[in-house]
Design a protein around this ligand. Structure first.
Ligand SMILES: [Ca+2]
Length: 426
């Protein structure tokens, strides 16, 4: 769950915070939690802007306290939650870090859905069978899907994060790059305490302010948290029942459709038109079947539900058919496409499905510097208007498709060194 909505390609550098895997967070992403981002290699911190002067933080915090009081937060809550917090530049460095290299989708996929995580998830399904039964009936979210989110976010509660949420949010609010967003999250965190849902010392989590077993940002917590164990509190850090029930409620609100699965890996026919990939081109699954798209184990169903074809690592990598409703729900939780595919695959593995078997293209994804070079070429050659930021989001993928078309490559939207070479030779 995180703020910035970047629709990342499989590979991409998305907007995620890290979590269950040992991964370098990139930036807060969308709504819900932190995600295991494709592992990044380099680049510790960036600093286009200098760090703000910490000496202004106490005065800023005083003004914020006044605003919070005016917004109806009690003085007692403010005292309990904000006393002793300081400007923490480590949070800012994490927020600004932009990796130079990213892990290829297939490597991320193997790592995110590894045998240990599958086995532990199956154990969680047994341990929490009665709870998951109840949640599944009430919210219509399959137990394996719910447990897959839990595994992806915090490795089933084993990596909850150790940052004081108030300090992290206040720091990022003061720093200002996305000040209003983090100020709103800080206010939401205070509201949680004010409502008596959670004790301040249980609001501990990621560097970007996500908390609990499913790494909810405070605003999502405030809107969707449920008291799953009936103790009168909604504590997503200490209560698995609260966390999983709340996650199901959130997914239901995001539109999870229990009548269809998340999707499946598919094989595309040789004649496939790659312009048809991506969620924007969703169509009834029967259409894909008619076009010759096949499942790994046999034909696709003859259904009417809208589905899309996703090729996270281009036409030489794996292809997936995803049902639009559930893919939207998952990317509403975390905008990264690679994350959504990993949640889906993990949920299948929890049911005993075989491990991902490729294809695994050998070529490494473009570095950030190469992406900037490609974006600049595309922009300068008038193919599409792009801000060269080194990030492969939806706009860049669409622009890459146009560029591929212009130089006679397969228009799969996946950036490669070959595309750079061909543009340079024009
Ligand atoms: Ca509770």
């Amino acid at each position: 769950m995180r703020p910035v909505l970047v629709l990342a390609a499989g590979v991409s550098l998305l907007a995620l915070t890290a979590c269950a895997s040992d991964v370098t967070p990139v930036a807060p992403a969308s709504a819900a939690a932190t995600a295991a981002a494709p592992k990044t290699a380099a680049s510790p911190s960036a600093g286009e802007r200098p760090l703000p002067d910490a000496s202004g933080f106490p005065a800023w915090l005083d003004r914020f306290r006044q605003d919070a009081l005016a917004a109806g937060i009690s003085k007692a809550t403010l005292d309990r939650s904000l006393t002793g917090i300081r400007f923490d530049d480590a949070m800012v460095r994490r927020d600004r870090s932009q990796p130079e290299t990213v892990q290829a989708f297939v490597d991320y996929f193997d790592r995110a859905v590894n045998p240990t995580r599958v086995a532990k998830g199956q154990e969680m399904l047994r341990t929490h069978a009665a709870l998951l039964d109840r949640i599944e009936r009430q919210y219509g979210v399959p137990r394996e899907v719910l447990v897959a989110f839990w595994g992806m976010e915090t490795n089933y509660g084993s990596i909850l994060g150790g940052n004081n949420t108030f300090q992290a949010l206040a720091t990022l609010a003061y720093e200002g790059r996305r000040g209003p967003f983090f100020t709103g999250e800080l206010m939401a965190a205070l509201r949680l305490v004010d409502l008596g849902w959670v004790q301040p010392d249980h609001l501990v989590g990621s560097w970007a302010g996500a908390v609990g077993h499913t790494q909810f940002m405070p605003s999502v917590y405030l809107k969707y948290a449920v008291d799953g164990d009936g103790d009168g509190r909604r504590d997503l850090r200490t209560s698995v029942a609260d966390a999983l029930t709340s996650a199901a409620r959130f997914l239901q609100a995001l539109g999870w459709d229990k009548s269809v699965p998340w999707g499946q890996q598919v094989v595309l026919p040789a004649s496939f038109d790659y312009h048809r990939t991506d969620l924007a081109n969703a169509r009834p699954v029967r259409d894909w079947r008619a076009m010759g798209v096949r499942g790994l184990g046999g034909p696709l169903p003859v259904g009417e539900a809208p589905a899309a074809i996703i090729v996270p690592q281009g036409h030489t990598g794996p292809a997936f058919l995803v049902y639009a409703a559930n893919f939207k729900a998952t990317t509403g939780w975390n905008a990264a496409i690679s994350y959504a595919l990993a949640v889906g695959h993990l949920s299948d593995r929890l049911k005993g499905a075989p491990a991902f078997a490729g294809p695994r293209p050998a070529e490494a994804p473009l570095t950030r510097t190469q992406v900037i070079r490609l974006q600049t070429l595309i922009h300068d050659q008038g193919i599409a208007s792009l801000e060269p930021d080194g990030l492969v989001g939806r706009g860049t993928r669409e622009a890459v498709r146009l560029a591929q078309q212009a130089v006679g490559l397969i228009p799969d939207g996946y950036p490669t060194p070959e595309l750079i070479r061909k543009l340079e030779a024009r």
